[in-house]
Design a binder for this molecule. Structure first.
Ligand SMILES: Nc1nc2c(ncn2[C@@H]2O[C@H](COP(=O)(O)OP(=O)(O)OP(=O)(O)O)[C@@H](O)[C@H]2O)c(=O)[nH]1
Ligand SMILES: [Mg+2]
Length: 634
């Protein structure tokens, strides 16, 4: 009998590397550079709130899978997003592969804070590489890091990276190739249980960090940096809030004044296509579908792309330069007054894009009660899907003229007021919740202030492109589909013999609209608006597209649909327009938001409460607006 051959197990698994580090040290920027992904990068803590997987091949041809994780100050997590990082690294997520190796990313300008996590993670015993990121900034500030010595002290390879420069990841790739393959041969290691980490007292870790810094880092001439000088002004108790208010104001002015030309071009283009298609086809169902259903509906939404991009341009610049956490500090006092934590600022600000990322960003809030309140008021922030609705009604009813000697554009001013109304009511709701639920004693805000830097053009371009894509995909899918459905419901059945109203009045949508109008008549919405409200629940912009279709089909005579704004300004009274604006400040948010609220809070209860309270607020606000406007003779 021969010796039993040892069983050779063929390992075909691709090694999984986790990018781990403090918030805002550049993990996502590095992830994007390694994988070519386009995850969101911005200059504040807590941008990434979910694990994201990608893959790349090293110069030697080894394939890797890589995980981008939410930033964490420590593995003993205190917030839900940190908990994700801890669970992934510790292999505690059911059904998920635990990482085989770790790339610990640190901000080279702030090793004192960052090394603590490195020492903690080291105790897991996994193969590790330290990426000294942002060395470009450290060099500029005269911070000298002896990486060879640091490597010796930490007992792991140390490489310098600049995640925002092309080629800035090369050293890391080389280091990975020099490591033993983490899943094959002697490289394979299992992580120590997380309990091993908590066993070491914080003071001891702190002492070790100090020792390593003394040995390997010299702060030659790190004479306070420019950021501190800027902060003297930006965080000044008087100048600070004035600058913040001026910035906000400027954004909404720009949304109207800069967008005028590109909007005209888009609507001109859509109209030309409509006329061309209309001219080529004879009167009939297909022509009606193409011209009134698709072009009239989708075109009227598409036209708002420039305004959305301008709004995001400003948000992206503010995010990338490092202003946001400062604004959170400026507003902390006001927010504390209504029972919100200063940490709610960034989730609430994200809700201006869409309530969904806003609700999710609330994961960075430690206290469960504060987190819940933030989630409940997030949809009151004006999401970008509401912008087209506002812009349409404003364009139709508010004259486009300058006030205050040409300094202020009236339409921009009204838009600013609407956004402000959303913010104000969110604060009011938070205050009411505080009265009913009681508040935590207000904790002072602890938030890391990143250094300012100029926005990276690549980030900016990528962010705008992503936004444009999201919007265009929405227009091309959900909105288009809903428009076709709506056109169908609005066109059939046709008008009976001797009809006195336009055919849509007799259609399925018309009947539905007339039924709903019983409920909405008291706040000034006729049956045509009611038709638009229903698909508006699926995606708010659809309300605009739906109005486009409804009014195109309501037109008598055979003129084709032209621009929507003049059309509705003829059909609605001023009180109706104001009432609809008030409605959309509060309008029960879209289904997608409600389902995310259910997921994030873990129960359907809060989604129902949210839908209920927002509907009640919307109806009340519209009712008051409508009645007051009539009484004032508007
Ligand atoms: N100058 C410089 N800036 C960098 C570098 N790496 C990242 N940044 C910037 O630092 C900021 C933070 O980058 P992110 O990649 O979002 O950081 P993160 O670690 O993913 O942050 P969280 O997801 O919040 O934990 C962004 O403004 C980046 O543009 C670098 O090497 N040099
Ligand atoms: Mg990130």
């Amino acid at each position: 009998m021969g010796a039993v051959e040892p069983q050779v197990q063929a390992v075909t698994r691709t090694p999984l590397i986790a990018l781990l580090g403090n918030p805002n040290c550049g993990k996502t920027a590095l992830f994007n550079r390694l994988t070519g992904a386009r995850q969101k990068v911005a200059n504040y803590a807590g941008v990434t709130i979910e694990r994201k997987e990608g893959s790349f091949t090293s110069p030697m041809g080894r394939a890797y899978k890589v995980l981008d994780l939410p930033g964490a100050y420590s593995l003993s997590a205190t917030t839900p997003d940190e908990a994700i990082t801890r669970d992934v690294v510790g292999g505690l997520r059911a059904g998920e592969q635990a990482p085989d190796a770790i790339v610990c990313v640190v901000n080279a300008t702030n090793l004192r804070l960052n090394l603590r996590l490195v020492l903690e993670v080291k105790r897991l015993g996994l193969p590790m590489v330290l990426a000294l990121n942002m060395v470009d900034v450290a060099n500029k500030r005269g911070i000298k890091i002896d990486s060879a010595r640091l490597a010796q002290e930490l007992g792991m390879p140390v490489v310098e990276t600049v995640a925002v420069q092309s080629g800035g990841e090369v050293a890391l790739l080389k280091a990975l190739d020099l490591m033993p393959d983490p899943v094959r041969g002697s490289g394979a290691v299992k992580a120590a249980p997380l309990a091993a980490i908590d066993a070491v007292p914080v003071e001891e870790t702190q002492r070790e960090v100090r020792r390593i810094l003394d040995a390997a880092v010299s702060f030659a001439n790190d004479t306070g940096n420019l950021s501190e000088k800027i902060d003297d002004v930006v965080l000044h108790p008087l100048a600070g809030p004035v600058i913040l208010a001026a910035l906000m104001f400027l954004v909404f002015q720009a949304v109207f004044s800069w967008a005028a030309l590109p909007m005209e071009m888009i609507s001109g283009g859509v109209e030309a296509i409509g006329a061309w298609v209309g001219g080529m086809m004879g009167e009939g169902v297909l022509r009606s579908l193409l011209v009134e259903g698709i072009l009239g509906g989708v075109g009227s939404v598409l036209v708002f792309l420039p305004q959305i991009l301008i709004l995001f341009f400003f948000i992206l610049v503010l995010e990338d330069c490092g202003y946001l956490p400062r604004a959170a500090f400026l507003l902390d006092r006001i927010m504390g007054g209504v029972g919100l934590s200063g940490r709610a600022f960034i989730p609430l600000l994200s809700s201006f894009a869409c309530a969904i990322p806003g609700v999710m960003a609330a994961r960075t809030i430690q206290n469960p009660r504060d987190r819940l309140v933030t989630i409940m008021i997030a949809p009151l922030m004006t999401c970008s899907a509401r912008l087209p609705v506002y812009a349409l009604i404003i364009a139709a009813f508010i004259p486009n003229r300058d006030v205050a000697d040409g300094w202020i554009n009236l339409q921009g001013l009204v838009l600013f007021i609407l956004y402000f109304a959303g913010i104000f009511s969110a604060m009011a709701v938070a205050w009411v919740i505080k009265r009913f639920m009681g508040a935590n004693s207000h904790q002072p805000l602890m938030l890391e202030l990143p250094s300012y830097h100029w926005p990276h053009l690549r980030n900016l371009a990528m962010g705008l492109w992503e936004r444009a894509k999201i919007f265009l995909v929405r227009v091309g899918t959900v909105i288009l589909a809903l428009m076709v459905l709506l056109w169908f419901l609005s066109s059939f059945p046709g008008a009976p013999e001797g009809a006195t109203h336009p055919p849509i009045y007799y259609s399925i949508a018309g009947m539905l609209g007339r039924a709903l109008a019983v409920v909405f008549e008291p706040i000034g919405f006729g049956w045509q608006i009611c038709i638009a409200l229903v698909p508006g629940m699926a995606a708010r912009e659809v309300a605009v597209g739906a109005l486009g279709t409804v009014y195109a089909l309501s037109q008598t005579g055979d003129e084709l649909a032209t621009t929507l704004a003049p059309l509705i300004s003829q059909s609605w009274s001023m009180p109706t327009a104001l009432s609809l604006l008030a409605w959309y400040v509060f309008a029960p948010q879209c289904i997608a938001t409600l389902s995310v609220v259910r997921r994030e809070t873990g129960s359907a209860r809060y989604a129902f409460i949210m839908a209920g309270y927002m509907f009640a607020l919307a109806y009340t606000a519209s009712f008051i607006t409508y009645r007051v406007a009539i009484a004032m003779g508007a």
